[in-house]
Ligand binder design. Structure first.
Ligand SMILES: Nc1ncnc2c1ncn2[C@@H]1O[C@H](COP(=O)(O)OP(=O)(O)OP(=O)(O)O)[C@@H](O)[C@H]1O
Length: 729
């Protein structure tokens, strides 16, 4: 199995650079030390800073400059040589930094800010809770019965649960006062309420769980199909790790909204409101004081929720970045192993884990503050109830039974408020995570999936590139093709040659309409490619890429992949024979049923399967991108075999375009087009040659000439040919 070693390093770096464009750092925790490297600086807690000062006793400690949340700490070894007087000054300096740090971690201090540290380019419009809920409702609307069932059971369960303290207290006090009949009635009602609450709670959990499952399923389906319908240029800018992270972790996070957050928020809102009304009826002064406490709790909870939403967005971005690194490393595992860069890759991954931990640290601290506020406010309701309630009992305004009920219900109210707050912050996090998911879902599909073009009655296979110029959307300033004109006649075999990067594969990309030319046009049998039905056109093309990829399925399915007509096993085997793949497939233990994926076959074997796949489609236009480097010998053999098969099969004639690197393949073509820096510079027919006047070539200047004359002209073709001969020699 050949490994494209040299090509991988730029990919690693380009991915890094790509993330850099997404995440801009302004501030303390990150520095870009060079154009191509992203390096996080140390961000230490005061405890770590203490460790730093201790390190002065250990001069060899290799510490360079670090920072305590932006306040720099000097090199440990350097400080070791400082005088005692300087150390004292240093002590006051350290004290100052400590004070600054303590100030920064107080509520509202700079330590809490995310946006100051890292500005993430979030392309999505901010999603409000209501907008997110509407979107989710649209996704589950087809199964709205489950939502209605879930909310109905929720209401019944919540009302039953909230009534329990009333009948519990009433039962105790009626037993104490000896009212047996009332006691019995209260106990019966209590049992009934417990049963109803139990059953409805169970059903509620089940229904919300189902609704959740439906939401995640629809969300992933919608997102996946939206992504698959994007232009190819979209995938030039997005990474696989990032997209799979949106499909996996983000959708899962968003799905908590229905099953968990809404469920608990509604239940607790209902119960809290019930408890509030009950308290106000029992004693309005007590009720109002509890209401004030709950309002304070509500304000804290709103701030906390907003903070969590911000944190969720960053967590989502950094998780995607971590996934991206892992995905890239795993897919390039052989390169990583050969170059021994495991430690560097771990470092790259740890970098993002560090950022995630940083956010998590702040989230935990915020959660601590939230719990602290809750505890203080919760206990103050108890103190107020005992104080005001005790005085009311002494004054004869309320009874002991009423005060007991009050304490139970105020506890219920404050807990409900806490639950609402907790789940509201979780809801905010989910809404934060939903922004990118909904943004991707809302991307309009590529025009190719919207507009229906025309289909030709009969395709002859004439292809005409007319003054085609092109640059990739991701690199608008780099022209890749410049006024390229090539006419390929029906049933002609044309070879495109040229130096690496001269734009050969790009020509094929345009012919497959993976990209659109920036100017000029491509005509198929005289009709503009833009106006043809793209599915119809692609069905008539057999394409074998330079490094074909296989799907994780058996060989038969891989050969049949994408073939729209009905094929039998004999057809598959026929195609495999044409592609010189039958012998090696038959020698495998399970033959055509052997399960393969990208790693289990040699490059040449994969290419032969891809050739069989292309032949099985019985295409009018066959495109072969001959592999370079390590695959060459085998690839050359395969391609030549296919060309022989195409030539000998007179029944089904095809136009063939080969991107060729080997002289022997080139010679099997009817015509050769030589490309250099995105232009056609020479064109040679099998028995004649044409110099195209260098870069000023026009379409009509084709003249006859010989192979020898072309060599004599000493153009690019001559150089390429000589190079091949040298290699053979
Ligand atoms: N998806 C892309 N986005 C941006 N630039 C690209 C993309 N694909 C190719 N290029 C650039 O376009 C130029 C032409 O590439 P192309 O693959 O067409 O060359 P080629 O002649 O087929 O090379 P080779 O023989 O090595 O396959 C190169 O400079 C390449 O870096």
């Amino acid at each position: 199995m050949a490994i494209p070693l040299c090509n991988t390093q730029p990919r690693l770096l380009s991915s890094l650079n790509h993330r850099r464009t997404l995440i801009r750092t302004h501030h303390k925790n990150l520095h870009f030390t060079s154009a191509s490297k992203l390096r996080p600086s140390l961000s230490l807690s005061p405890f770590q800073s203490l460790h730093l000062s201790n390190s002065r006793r250990v001069p060899s400690l290799p510490l360079k400059s670090a920072s305590i949340n932006g306040y720099s700490v000097h090199d440990g070894a350097e400080e070791y040589v400082k005088s005692r007087g300087e150390a004292e000054v240093d002590l006051s300096e350290r004290l100052r930094r400590w004070m600054a740090f303590v100030r920064s971690i107080l509520p509202g201090g700079s330590w809490w800010g995310f946006s100051e540290d890292v500005e993430v380019r979030i392309l999505a419009e901010p999603v409000t809770v209501s907008r997110a809920l509407v979107r989710m409702w649209q996704l589950v609307a087809n199964d709205r019965w489950i939502i209605f069932a879930a909310f109905s059971t929720l209401i019944v369960a919540a009302l039953s649960e909230i009534s329990i303290p009333h009948f519990l207290t009433a039962s105790i006090f009626t037993a104490q006062s000896g009212e047996i009949a009332v006691f019995r009635r209260n106990v019966n009602l209590l049992v009934l309420l417990c049963i109803i609450a139990g059953i409805c709670s169970g059903l509620r959990g089940c229904f919300f769980g189902i609704a959740n499952m439906i939401l995640v399923k629809r969300m992933r389906e919608t997102l996946y199909s939206a992504l698959l319908r994007q232009d190819i240029s979209f995938f030039d800018n997005e990474t696989v790790g990032d997209l799979t992270s949106r499909l996996g972790a983000d959708c899962q996070q968003v799905s908590r909204v229905i099953g968990n957050d809404l469920n608990l928020i509604f239940r607790n809102l209902l119960q809290g409101s019930g408890a509030m009304i009950y308290l106000l009826i029992l004693s309005w002064p007590l009720g109002l004081s509890t209401l004030m406490i709950c309002s304070t709790l509500g304000a804290v909870m709103l701030l906390y929720g907003r903070y969590q939403k911000k944190a969720a967005k960053l967590t989502q971005e950094f998780t995607a970045s971590a996934n991206e690194v892992a995905q890239e490393t795993f897919s390039l595992m052989r390169t990583v192993r050969v170059y021994g860069t495991e430690q560097e890759e771990i470092g790259r991954y740890k970098q993002w884990l560090g950022k995630l931990a940083d956010i998590s640290l702040r989230q935990s601290a915020a959660y601590g503050f939230w719990n602290l506020s809750f505890n203080m406010l919760y206990h103050s309701t108890q103190v107020i109830a005992v104080l005001v309630g005790g005085m009311s009992i002494l004054a004869g305004h309320i009874t002991a039974e009423q005060l007991t009920k009050f304490i139970l219900y105020s506890e219920w109210l404050i807990y409900s408020t806490w639950w609402v707050g907790d789940n509201l912050s979780s809801l905010m996090q989910s809404v934060g995570a939903s922004e990118k998911v909904f943004q991707l879902m809302d991307l309009s599909p590529s025009d190719q999936f919207i507009s229906k073009g025309s289909k030709l009655q009969k395709l002859k296979g004439q292809i005409d590139f007319v003054n085609v110029s092109f640059h990739y959307p991701s690199r608008p300033t780099v022209p890749v093709l410049q006024r390229v004109s090539i006419l390929v006649n029906p049933n002609e075999v044309i070879a495109i040659v040229g130096l690496s990067g001269s734009g050969k594969s790009t020509l094929v990309n345009l012919l497959l309409r993976l990209y659109e030319p920036t100017s000029g046009e491509i005509l198929i049998d005289g009709f503009s490619l833009r106006e043809l039905d793209i599915m119809w056109w692609r069905e008539r093309i057999g394409y074998v890429g330079q490094e074909p990829k296989l799907f994780r399925m058996d060989i038969s399915s891989n050969i049949r992949y994408g073939c729209t007509r009905k094929v039998r096993q004999e057809d598959i085997e026929w195609a495999a024979k044409q592609a010189y793949a039958h012998d090696f497939i038959s020698s495998l233990p399970n033959g055509y049923k052997t399960l393969v994926d990208d790693d289990l076959l040699s490059g040449g074997q994969k290419q032969r399967i891809a050739i069989a796949r292309a032949i099985l489609r019985d295409p009018t236009v066959l495109i072969l991108d001959e592999a370079t480097s390590a695959l060459d010998a085998e690839s050359e053999h395969n391609v030549k075999g296919v060309l022989r098969a195409v030539r000998s099969d007179m029944k089904s004639k095809r136009t063939v375009i080969i991107i060729a690197h080997r002289l022997s393949t080139i010679q099997a073509a009817d015509r050769i087009v030589v490309m250099d820096s995105g232009r056609v510079v020479e064109s040679v027919t099998l028995s004649s040659m044409v110099m195209m006047g260098g870069r000023k070539m026009t379409r009509c200047c084709i003249q006859n000439g010989s192979h020898k004359e072309l060599l004599h002209e000493d153009g690019l073709y001559a150089r390429l040919t000589r190079r091949q001969v040298d290699v053979v020699a």
